[in-house]
Write a protein that binds this ligand. Structure first.
Ligand code: SAM
Length: 257
């Protein structure tokens, strides 16, 4: 595999963490889309318990907290992200009901049937869609909601180049009907399914990285790892531009039966 096709998973975690800490979001999405997904979820009250898994620095968690009642816990593996998350909560005056905790989505610090809502934007792939749906369901109250975004194919077939890229990065990617079937099999009623608009990738994710990439290259002149990492990010952006008709992120919102 040449440097251009190296997957993000092969780079040093500290480096990735530092790079993405510069950004408001660590994955495709937007405040509008977070609010749209939230509009499908009813019954939240000031006593509701909400978890945002793989929350990163909390871009979407803060939007949730500004538009929904209840207590929110963000969970992320990386302490630097959680540090920024908690600082963001303080800055926005949300820290009385929004808390970031370092932890893994594979071993959650919640009781069985404790949660009213599990949120996860661009992160369930870390545990795998089906595994996440099944394991996280135990923490939801009956009638509780799950709202996650997941990379999905828009067509049954696609060009080899993009197929190979995703099979290497995340072989769990599948078509929307296949993902909906997995949601149902895991014990959820599909409540809403929608494709994230292109601007979630372009304006809200990739465009913001252009300046971040320049700054990063300047900070680490001649650092081969950094150069390879930035090249891989740029390659991913180019692939999106070329093949966005074939894949994207989809919001899957389900209600626990
Ligand atoms: N939800 C954020 C957003 O949309 O901006 C972040 C998405 S980012 C693509 C994926 C996040 O998952 C990263 O913040 C990463 O640190 C986190 N992550 C990876 N593995 C994890 C795990 N096992 N448990 C919790 N978080 C994890």
């Amino acid at each position: 595999m040449d440097d251009e096709t190296k997957s993000i998973h092969e780079f040093d975690f500290q480096l990735i963490c530092e790079y993405f800490s510069q950004l408001e979001r660590q994955g495709p999405g937007s405040p509008e889309v977070t609010r749209k997904a939230l509009s499908f979820i009813d019954q939240l009250t000031a006593d509701s318990r909400i978890a945002d898994l793989g929350c990163g620095t909390g871009g979407q968690t803060m939007v949730l907290a500004q538009h929904a009642p209840g207590h929110m816990t963000g969970i992320d593996l990386f302490p630097a992200f959680i540090d920024l998350f908690n600082r963001n909560a303080v800055r926005l005056g949300l820290n009385d009901r929004v808390t970031g905790v370092v932890g893994s989505m594979e071993n959650l610090p919640f009781q069985s049937e404790e949660l009213d809502l599990i949120w996860s934007e661009g992160a369930i792939y870390n545990i795998g869609f089906e595994r996440g749906l099944n394991e996280w369901r135990n923490y939801l109250k009956p009638g509780g909601y799950l709202a996650v975004t997941e990379a999905s194919w828009f067509t049954e077939e696609r060009p080899d180049e993009i197929d190979r890229f995703w099979m290497d990065a995340y072989p769990g990617i599948d078509t929307i009907p296949a993902k909906v079937a997995q949601l149902q099999q895991a014990g959820y009623v599909p409540v809403a399914i929608f494709i994230l608009p292109e601007n979630c990738w372009t304006d809200h994710f990739y465009a913001l990285q252009v300046a971040a990439q320049e700054a990063f290259l300047k900070k680490y002149p001649g650092n081969k790892t950094v150069e390879d990492f930035i090249a891989s990010e740029r390659h991913e952006m180019q692939l999106y531009e070329a093949y966005k008709a074939y894949y994207g992120y989809v919001f899957y919102i389900g209600k626990k039966i």
